[in-house]
Design a protein around this ligand. Structure first.
Ligand code: SAH
Length: 415
């Protein structure tokens, strides 16, 4: 039921009843749960971003731990203890934020389930500098009589502003996405942004002239400063371009990766598969400890980044393949490459029978599954436990405080 939390006593109207669950609409909260707190963001009710900011942080962690426990039990058929690693900083943790502009020229986030912009003065999940950057871009467009984008008619220029902050250096990349090939008087905008803070290290214009919901178009023009921003993870440094995927919560990601490596128990005799490897952030950390690593990823740009990152960090025992995991994993195994450990970190839809069957056929001692979706994790764990593996340990991590997302890392060993 939307708007309620565990421990509330409410008056509600049942709208749909199924065999084992139902839906209801909240009419009135009679006694609020002791786990409730006043959301720090004044736009909590309207904005679609933070769904559980009205829970105390302790209750958020318990809610997510339970979510993982329930999924593994209900879908995976396994009852297991879930360790939970909460965040030290449940606010201002996001190193990347994308703010759409409304046609009226307001910046903010979309209302839940819609493309209506809820105007904001700040977002407490992101860097404190974001609001100043957004206001500066907004004022510039107003002064220059440059219009903002209208999604329905595909007219207007300014679509979104995207910022990325380096946890390493505190530097900030500003990407302005427009429905045009350039913007007039951009030197004025550069001056204004530069004078905001010495932390701003690059200003990039992204050309996005297509009728699409994709955040960025294909072409970037660096108006000022660097083309990329550098950041580090577990001692490796990465060059990140506007299009690259990089984990959003730096501190929690390091804890998650360390747990994955602990579960993998690597040494210099081990061959490792890192499936769904993105730009190779787990692969490089594993390569430092193992004999060799094979990274597999479907996005060509990400694989190029992974290869460059390996070179830049002096890693020569990692090989990267651009392919679908379900296609290449069986082939690698048929060709005699036998992993001792398989690490996999698939997208929300999880892995698939082809990939999992190939993994099982290679009989690795350990499988470390990193997941951003407890339901598909539980489905895949069920497959593996029915095929000679047993679940040994599970840890969930809060990478996205205030939202209902949760990340998990589980260890399966061959029985
Ligand atoms: N391990 C990385 C990325 C995890 S996100 C990190 O921690 O940064 C999941 C990745 O799986 C994405 O990079 C996505 O492009 C990739 N992916 C999606 N479907 C895939 C498939 N069928 N085969 C291989 N990679 C896939």
């Amino acid at each position: 039921m939307n708007g309620t939390i565990k421990g509330d006593t409410v008056l509600a109207k049942v709208t749909k009843l199924n065999k084992s669950y139902g839906f209801a609409k909240l009419i009135k909260i009679l006694t609020p749960s002791p786990d409730r707190t006043n959301p720090i963001c004044p736009k909590f009710d309207e904005c679609g971003g933070c769904r559980i900011m009205h829970m105390t942080y302790k209750a958020q962690c318990e809610f997510k731990r339970q979510l993982v426990f329930d999924a593994l039990k209900r879908i995976g058929g396994i009852e297991t203890n879930i360790a939970f690693v909460g965040a030290k900083e449940p606010l201002r943790y996001r190193n990347k934020m994308v703010f759409p502009f409304s046609e009226k020229g307001e910046w903010g986030f979309y209302k839940g389930g819609s493309h209506e912009v809820v105007p904001l003065k700040d977002c407490p999940l992101g860097d404190i500098l974001n609001a100043k950057i957004l206001d500066t871009v907004q004022n510039f467009f107003k002064k220059e009589h440059l219009s903002c984008y209208n999604e329905k008619n595909h007219t207007g220029i300014l679509r979104r502003v995207f910022t990325r902050v380096s946890a390493d250096s505190g530097k900030v990349m500003v990407v302005i996405s427009v429905n045009a090939d350039n913007i007039k008087n951009s030197d004025k905008l550069i001056c204004k942004l530069q004078s905001l803070s010495p932390r701003i290290s690059s200003i990039i214009l992204n050309i996005n002239k297509k009728r699409t919901n994709l955040v960025l178009g294909d072409r970037n023009i660096t108006l000022w400063g660097e083309d990329t921003i550098s950041d580090s993870l577990l001692g490796f440094s990465y060059e990140i371009s506007p299009h690259s995927f990089f984990q959003i919560n730096h501190t929690q990601t390091e804890l998650l990766y360390n747990k994955a490596l602990e579960y993998a128990r690597l040494d210099k005799s081990k061959t490792v598969f890192d499936l769904y490897c993105g730009i190779g952030t787990i692969s490089l950390s594993a390569a430092r400890l193992a004999k060799s690593v094979v990274g597999v990823e479907i996005v060509p740009q990400a694989i190029e980044n992974a290869k460059e990152n390996a070179k830049k960090n002096g890693i020569d025992n990692a090989q990267f393949y651009c392919a679908a995991a379900e296609d290449i994993t069986p082939k690698l195994i048929e060709n005699g490459i036998k992993p001792d450990t398989v690490i996999l970190d698939p997208p929300r839809k999880g892995s698939d029978a082809k990939t999992l069957s190939a993994i099982v056929s290679a009989k690795p001692e350990r499988i470390v599954y990193v997941s951003c979706n407890p339901a598909t994790l539980a489905r895949d764990v069920k497959f593996l436990t029915e095929n000679s593996y047993s679940l040994r340990e599970a840890t969930a991590f809060d990478l996205f405080p205030q939202t209902s997302h949760v990340e998990c890392c589980v260890l399966l060993c061959r029985t």
